[in-house]
Design a protein around this ligand. Structure first.
Ligand SMILES: *[C@@H]1O[C@H](CO)[C@@H](O)[C@H](O)[C@H]1NC(C)=O
Ligand SMILES: *[C@@H]1O[C@H](CO)[C@@H](O)[C@H](O)[C@H]1NC(C)=O
Ligand SMILES: *[C@@H]1O[C@H](CO)[C@@H](O)[C@H](O)[C@H]1NC(C)=O
Length: 494
């Protein structure tokens, strides 16, 4: 392989020898390398705005641009595509000509047309610094985010009322590149809205008291879910994926069955799809696609345990108490619960929330003591409002067994026990009412209570926690950790 700097020193002729087409960017570069035959799929048909550099490896200005351009690629990771085409490669020459490239480097911004069709291609004529290029590209990111005002809230909620929605509550009047990119990922899957803190009615409807806050409304009667993880793109995308898979970043490589669009280069395409390295390049840029269920949220403090599950107003909660989430049984139980939650979320059926509660949590210890439970892994369902609880007492923590237990709760079958006195908190500070739960412990059909009683406008309780959503150690099944890009500008903020 020819080292680019050697090419730079050597005469262009040398580097133009057959096979000597090593580009400026290495495989590890954050810059997506595109050629004539995959430009259409990777760039022109992507829903993302791209910037494309047309270059020749021997060109000095191209070499000078390289560090800044790689910085642009890192900055815009997940927000826009940053690509390069080596016009010195014979296979790309006609294509570069057809794109009107007359000198190197030429930078073009490719902006998809809203609603489909050919993208707009514009030359970038600005300064060749990372920040100037980043700004120019960010300006061209399509915006599908719906601004929500008090007067338009009802319309937002009722439009396509079975479609999942998410609302970002923010103090900002502008829409961030990050949120725009999320709306692109979930275009036609989840409607993304943005509401400003001064839209008092909207803020109040969802009980939001912290900005930014993100709420997912899975659709139908399902209650809103407040996101309490990091405000980082990959984490947010995973969270939203509960309600629907994000779009791919560009169409998949045409397989033999439906290779209709690109008739011109069938032969080379076949070759391409069998080439591993190319497949890799193509998937590198793809947004995170969650195939496994998200880990269930963890309750780390006694206060949160009370707030979520043990107030007089708390609906059914399923709590999985574990000594260590690394323990085999715990893993099995947590995975089963995560799968179930995911399955229900995907079919848009409402299900009461599941939480992992480390036994080291003081709140957990006293609750377990009161319930007289001492196993390494204990799963209970608690309905503080109605004063009952149920214990999962099978020895097997597999998916099916837990699912039938959950289904029994949903159908209000099986044994409910009365919660011991003193467990239910009289609403922590504000309502200093009687401590004893008034709620009748007589069985009320849960299917009705949790199933269809419209909870949609139930103020979702915002989680204030700034703590990281998942302590990376917690679940190996989630997904190989994505390298977190280092951003220098604020475009990765909501
Ligand atoms: C919501 O969708 C249901 C079923 O599709 C429909 O019957 C209902 O009228 C819709 N409600 C609103 C407010 O649009
Ligand atoms: C682009 O977005 C549309 C919805 O607006 C979606 O149907 C399509 O699959 C997306 N394209 C790609 C390549 O993901
Ligand atoms: C809930 O379900 C019950 C019985 O299935 C039905 O009678 C009731 O009207 C439903 N309530 C709502 C709000 O849909």
């Amino acid at each position: 392989m020819h080292h680019p700097t050697i090419c730079a020193v050597a005469a262009a002729l040398l580097c133009a020898l057959p096979g000597a087409q090593a580009g400026l960017y290495t495989k590890k570069s954050p810059v997506l390398q595109v050629d004539a035959k995959d430009y259409d799929r990777l760039i022109a048909k992507s829903n993302y705005t791209s910037i494309v550099e047309f270059y020749a490896p021997w060109c000095g200005h191209c070499q000078n641009l390289k560090p800044a351009y790689e910085k642009v690629a890192k900055n815009l990771e997940g927000l826009a595509k940053v690509a390069a085409v080596n016009c010195d490669d014979d296979a790309n020459k006609p294509f570069c000509g057809s794109m009107g490239v007359q000198g190197f480097p030429t930078l073009k911004i490719v902006r998809p047309k809203k609603g489909g069709g050919k993208p707009t291609v514009q030359d970038y004529q600005g300064q060749r610094t990372a920040s100037a290029i980043v700004e120019a590209v960010v300006q061209q990111i399509n915006n599908y985010v719906v601004k929500i005002e008090d007067k338009s809230l009802d319309k937002f909620l009722s439009d396509k009322n079975e479609t999942a929605k998410a609302i970002l509550f923010t103090e900002k009047g502008t829409t961030s590149a990050l949120l725009k990119s999320i709306a692109i990922d979930f275009s036609d899957v989840i409607t993304i809205g943005q509401a400003r803190n001064k839209e008092a009615k909207t803020v109040e409807t969802f009980g939001i008291d912290k900005f930014p806050s993100l709420v997912l409304l899975p659709g139908g009667d399902a209650p809103g879910i407040v996101y309490d993880g990091e405000m980082k793109k990959d984490a947010i995308v995973k969270f939203l994926s509960q309600a629907g898979q994000p779009n791919p970043d560009c169409p998949a490589k045409a397989d033999n069955g439906k290779a209709k669009e690109k008739k011109e280069s069938k032969a080379s395409e076949k070759k391409a799809s069998s080439s591993e390295s190319e497949t890799k390049t193509a998937t590198q840029e793809a947004p995170v696609i969650v195939e496994t269920a998200l880990p269930i949220p963890t309750i780390n403090s006694p206060e949160k345990l009370i707030k979520e599950c043990l107030t007089e107003k708390s609906h059914t909660c399923v709590l999985a108490f574990v000594s260590s989430s690394e323990d085999e049984t715990a893993k099995k139980a947590l995975t089963s619960l995560a799968d179930l939650a995911f399955k229900h979320a995907q079919s848009k059926r409402h299900l009461f929330p599941f939480y992992e509660v480390p036994k080291s949590n003081e709140g957990a210890a006293s609750l377990l003591k009161a319930l007289d439970l001492s196993g390494d892994v204990e799963i209970v369902a608690i309905n503080a409002r109605r004063g009952w609880w149920r214990h999962y007492d099978a020895a097997d923590f597999g998916h099916e067994s837990i699912e039938s237990w959950i289904d029994a709760i949903r159908m209000s079958e099986g044994v409910k026990k009365k919660l011991p006195e003193g467990i239910v908190a009289s609403s922590v500070e504000e309502s200093a009412s009687a401590a004893a739960p008034e709620a009748s412990s007589e069985p009320t059909p849960d299917a009705t209570e949790d199933g269809n009683k419209s909870e949609e406008a139930t103020p979702v309780t915002p989680e204030a926690s700034g703590e990281p959503a998942s302590d990376s150690t917690e679940d190996a099944s989630t997904q190989a950790a994505e390298p977190t890009a280092e951003y220098e500008t604020a475009h990765d903020e909501l």
